[in-house]
Design a binder for this molecule. Sequence first.
Ligand code: FMN
Length: 359
Amino acid sequence: MAVGQLPTDPDLPGRKRDHLRIALTGDVGFATLTTGLERHRVRARALPERDLADVDLSLALWGRRLAAPLLISCMTGGTSEAGPVNRALATAAQAHGVALGLGSGRVLLEAAPARRAELAAAAGFAVRDIAPDVLLLANLGAVQLHTHGPAACADLVAACGADALVLHLNAVQEAVQPRGDTGFAGLLERIAATCAALDAPVVVKEVGFGLAPEDVAALAAAGVAGIDVAGAGGTNWARIEGARDDRAGRVAAAFADWGWPTAQAVTAARAVLDRHAAARRVVLVASGGLRDGVDALKALCLGADLAGVARGLLAAGAAGPDAAVEAVGVLVDQLRIGAWAAGAGAVTELTPDRLENLA
Ligand SMILES: Cc1cc2nc3c(=O)[nH]c(=O)nc-3n(C[C@H](O)[C@H](O)[C@H](O)COP(=O)(O)O)c2cc1C
């Protein structure tokens, strides 16, 4: 199947290919801004008073059981190169019982319905055969809701065999790139309509610049089932787009330190969700620049229900299933050991009092 023969945006597969290459090889971090997680230290306990084997970080979420509150965040799809990466990450997710997000499925929605199954396999979205038990998230740019309504979103979830739909907000990324989609007026209403119409839970995330507290409040009121702050301090999407085009690079330069640091975004989002009784059911995901299981532990103690890692797992995914299984295994071990050595035995015990604020 020629993934390049796509109707509305013929450049899409090439752009996805560039994103993978640049994210793997380029300097795509922030200039000086950090996640802020380094300003929190886990209160290490020398006497955990529990065996490591008795630490159980499992949780039930959206009809699936996770062995640990970890998410391999949405990355790729839409090119033939994405297939092996997603399948390696799916193998790792299945092996370790963590959740997996797929990259944007726009390419599927722009294909004729009859060709979607074939395209899903060719472009890296079909992983259910190797990840039957994984909490699997389909993905679409929220700005695409102007073109693709709730029925198309339901089709995307079905085509991926996913359990939930993630909509990403990427205003700066779209604006920096040549011919990006910047029609963000009316998106909140479209997100609300999608939440109301879809049987599957809808999660909204940023892509690495974070969500403001007022965005979190608005999204919770719109009926989302989950929010991923995808904060700043990790992958910088202005810089990735800037590496593809000279003019975009000059514009992107001003955004090298843009956004809400992950620790600040998670803390603020938790406070917003806790303030409104109806919003307490919203699942909070912390991602953006998480490097290891101790970063994940800190984010969970700050109030997240799940911790997500994207680019930190990309090289392992690109290296194949064995490397991906190993990398995710290390991440899970780091989180379990950290939780244990902080005195926690379950996800409900990952609380703010396990951290010292060094700021
Ligand atoms: C190669 C690559 C592709 C990505 N593609 C998507 C995407 O299609 N949809 C999405 O919501 N986020 C996408 N992201 C953003 C990540 O999900 C994440 O929010 C962001 O990279 C910040 O996390 P990190 O610092 O751990 O990389 C992508 C990230 C990378 C590195």
